[in-house]
Design a protein around this ligand. Structure first.
Ligand SMILES: [Zn+2]
Length: 443
């Protein structure tokens, strides 16, 4: 790239620091729309908000695309008690808990049972039917705080698969210490998946201190009983909408650089960190690139995906609807780590030593982005494009604080830092701009 081109890249970073509108957009989204859980009026309002925001940002071809989704609710629409997890013995106390997404409700009254603890998925199998039949399984998984967020890999799996693992051995309920990195008395929800060959049992997350309480009470053979009452409604089919818009390219306009985030959020917070921040960064990146005097060579497509939290129907729908133009996708990126500072760049595995990767890494070096040896994985939303041969480029963001907030009532605007959001927006804008202009192929 010529030095004149490096100059506009620097301009892009400066404008992200100087007059980014990302935080104001996030305030608008979280204050005016609020929670955007799949299938709710909030989600429908968010789609209208996103269409308007894209038009205001100067995007072309702004449109929605239908995404078949599976919907669920924790059953509190009519103001009833949606969820109760209560310690019955050795003493009584209402615990801070939240149903896991997709959980069945407790039909016909509360489940009351003795609690058995496991500290790993393997231990659930070791306990087996002899210990778990008729019991509530408590999974004591303590997620480590790591900059790269990889503590979520094992944690997310425990939350997603733990209930069915316990149910196969006869457990009648499942509670897990929240997959989170703090010790505040706040519970974190998140999706679970039931296996087809196991009974569906009610499942909830406890706040970390409530999980730790069970852990101490159960130590040395302590006997603990819990009551679980969840008002969750059964899963049913629905329809959500991805929102798309573009900054058309010039000489390479038929090649697409896709940059996505997810518009839906959990019901318990306001979706500021997960993933309002990603959405407003995508919108702001598009606005900044569209406002540059130099038009992009490739077409930038922004996709705000539906239903990421409750089954990723939006990402799948995009991959299917755009299968015919998969080969026209030059690269796909995704932002879903709030305002975390980008610290590393990942490229497709087989392209690590390619001229394109070296060029990207060299030009991004002033942003203190190292070339990470791991392969780019995309994220939940662009992930389905991998099978269709679309190259991913990842900006790894600092996840040190992210899991204090994700999927909880604390996912609010106050926990996004304007300066951090602006800095991350600048890094994404610079990376996306490079992808729009580079000569070299990533395939
Ligand atoms: Zn997310």
């Amino acid at each position: 790239m010529k030095s004149s081109e490096e100059r506009w890249l620097l301009d892009l970073r400066a404008s992200a620091r100087g007059d980014s509108r990302a935080y104001d957009l996030l305030r608008s989204l979280t204050d005016e729309v609020g929670p955007r859980f799949s299938g709710t009026p909030g989600e429908a309002a968010a789609v209208q908000w996103a269409l308007e925001a894209m038009r205001r940002a100067g995007l072309a071809n702004v449109r929605t695309e239908a995404a078949p989704t599976v919907l669920w609710s924790r059953g509190d629409e009519r103001g009833g008690v949606a969820e109760r997890v209560e310690l019955l013995s050795p003493r009584r106390e209402r615990l801070v808990a939240t149903a896991l997404g997709s959980s069945v409700g407790t039909v016909g009254g509360a489940v009351e049972a003795q609690v058995v603890e496991a500290t790993s998925m393997e231990e659930i199998d070791r306990l087996g039917r002899a210990r778990l039949e008729g019991k509530i399984l408590y999974l004591h998984h303590v997620m480590p705080r790591l900059r790269d967020g990889t503590g979520y890999n094992a944690g997310g799996w425990a939350r997603t698969a733990g209930a069915s693992r316990a149910a196969k051995h006869g457990a009648v309920g499942f509670v897990i210490r929240s997959i989170a990195t703090h010790s505040l008395r706040i519970a974190h929800t998140g999706i679970l998946h039931y296996d087809g060959d196991a009974p569906k049992i009610p499942a909830a997350a406890l706040s970390p201190p409530d999980g730790d309480l069970l852990h101490r009470l159960l130590a040395d053979g302590g006997r603990v009983r819990l009551a679980m009452e969840l008002g969750c409604r059964p899963l049913h089919a629905g329809e959500s909408f991805n929102v798309l818009g573009e900054i058309p390219g010039t000489d390479l306009a038929d090649q697409i650089v896709l940059f996505g985030a997810h518009l839906d959020s959990w019901d318990v917070g306001r979706g500021a960190v997960d993933d309002g921040a990603g959405c407003v960064m995508a919108l702001e990146v598009a606005r900044m690139i569209g406002a540059l005097p130099k038009r992009p060579r490739r077409t930038l497509r922004i996709a705000l995906f539906a239903n990421e939290e409750l089954g990723a129907g939006g990402g799948r729908a995009y991959a299917e609807a755009h299968a015919g133009e998969a080969s026209r996708h030059y690269a796909a990126m995704e932002a879903d780590q709030s305002d975390g500072a980008p610290w590393a760049l990942r490229v497709p595995e087989h392209r690590r030593d390619s001229p394109a990767s070296k060029r990207l890494a060299a030009l991004l070096a002033p942003l203190h982005l190292e070339l990470d040896p791991g392969p780019a994985r995309g994220g939940v939303d662009v992930g389905p494009l991998h099978a269709r041969g679309v190259p991913f480029v990842d900006l790894r963001q600092d996840a040190t604080r992210y899991f204090d907030l994700q999927h909880s009532a604390n996912d609010v605007l106050e926990n996004v830092v304007r300066e951090e959001l602006d800095a991350a927006t600048g890094a994404f804008a610079t990376t996306v701009a490079l992808l729009l202009h580079m000569d070299e192929s990533l395939r």
